[in-house]
Design a protein around this ligand. Structure first.
Ligand code: C2E
Ligand code: CA
Ligand code: CA
Ligand code: CA
Length: 281
């Protein structure tokens, strides 16, 4: 038994080493990815359900790795968050997304909002306000033009509530729209939700996935819509893949949708084409 235990231990450390090694490889590569211009943004449409019009896009980062190909954010954002690299990466995302939206505006394309994800660490950065203001200013985006929205997850905003309110109020005063991402997955304090100067709740895609077959998920989604509307918020459902899901969400009076049913996240040039065509739902 002892020998067996030892073997298990060796196996375990080997597996652990592989995990640690992978993580270090990602962290080291990521350190240079920004400077080497290996990070790219894709843009996924957000559509107004009633009019069928594209009204916003969400910027989603990818790592165009020279050997490994396109690496999805789930593979490197957590490492970036732990190592602190998320701060320069997040600032790059913000600057790039603002500049892209201004470029589309300059082309005379229909006006859209640019939604950018803020990580936990970014949201707590003392320089956040300066960074956001500078990104908009450098890009030449008019602060009161509904051009920028920041997405912060429910779990992030529900920590340090007084600090959250103060930060959200300052962003709101700067003319930035605010949305709560992955809503329904955390534990929201409803009394605080009322005090947040937010515009939008994003129903997490885990509730949308089985919305047509799982009565509980449908009840949760419908409750979020009702709750949000009573707080004068707009509700967007993410991860919408089918006409059936959309029909149900429309029935629930959900305001906006984002998902493969309309479009996957696209490269800037492809997104520009959709805008030019004024593609509708
Ligand atoms: P998220 O903010 O919840 O973004 C939505 C994710 O759902 C995206 O995955 C998107 O591609 C995916 N998605 C959209 N529509 C559908 C659909 O119809 N079906 C399914 N199955 N998936 C759909 P992605 O791009 O892989 O991003 C994953 C997560 O990585 C994001 O989740 C976000 O938490 C994080 N992330 C991405 N870009 C950034 C960034 O610039 N900064 C930060 N801090 N996090 C980011
Ligand atoms: Ca998001
Ligand atoms: Ca989300
Ligand atoms: Ca998510």
């Amino acid at each position: 038994a002892k020998e067996n235990g030892k073997n298990n231990f060796q196996f375990y450390t080997a597996a652990m080493n592989a995990v640690v090694h992978d993580r270090m490889e990602i962290e080291n590569g990521l350190r240079h990815a920004l400077a080497k211009g290996e990070l790219v943004l894709h843009y996924q449409p957000q559509v107004d359900i009633a009019s069928g019009k594209m009204i916003a896009v969400e910027a989603l980062v990818r790592w165009a790795h020279p050997e490994k190909g396109l690496i999805p954010p789930d593979k490197f954002i957590p490492v970036a968050e732990e190592s602190g690299l998320i701060v320069p990466i997040g600032e790059w995302v913000l600057r790039t997304a603002c500049r892209q939206n201004k470029a589309w505006q300059n082309m005379g394309l229909p006006h859209i909002r640019m939604a950018v994800n803020l990580s936990a660490r970014q949201f707590r950065q003392p320089h956040l306000l300066t960074v956001v203001a500078k990104a908009m200013e450098d890009a030449g985006l008019d602060p009161n033009s509904d051009s920028l929205e920041l997405e912060v997850t429910e779990s992030v905003v529900m920590k340090d509530l007084e600090g959250t309110i103060s930060t959200l109020n300052k962003l709101h005063a700067m003319g930035v729209r605010l949305s709560i991402d992955d809503f329904g997955t955390g534990y929201s304090s409803l009394s605080y939700l009322k005090r947040f100067p937010i515009n939008t709740l994003k129903i997490d895609q885990s509730f949308v996935r089985d919305i047509t077959t799982d009565a509980d998920d449908a009840a949760i989604a419908s409750t979020i819509v009702t709750l949000g509307h009573s707080l004068k918020l707009r509700i967007i459902a993410e991860g919408v893949e089918t006409a059936q899901q959309l029909a149900l969400l429309r029935e629930m009076k959900c305001d906006e949708m984002q998902g493969y049913y309309f479009s996957k996240p696209l490269e800037a040039a492809e997104l520009e084409k959709l805008l030019r065509e004024e593609r509708r739902l």
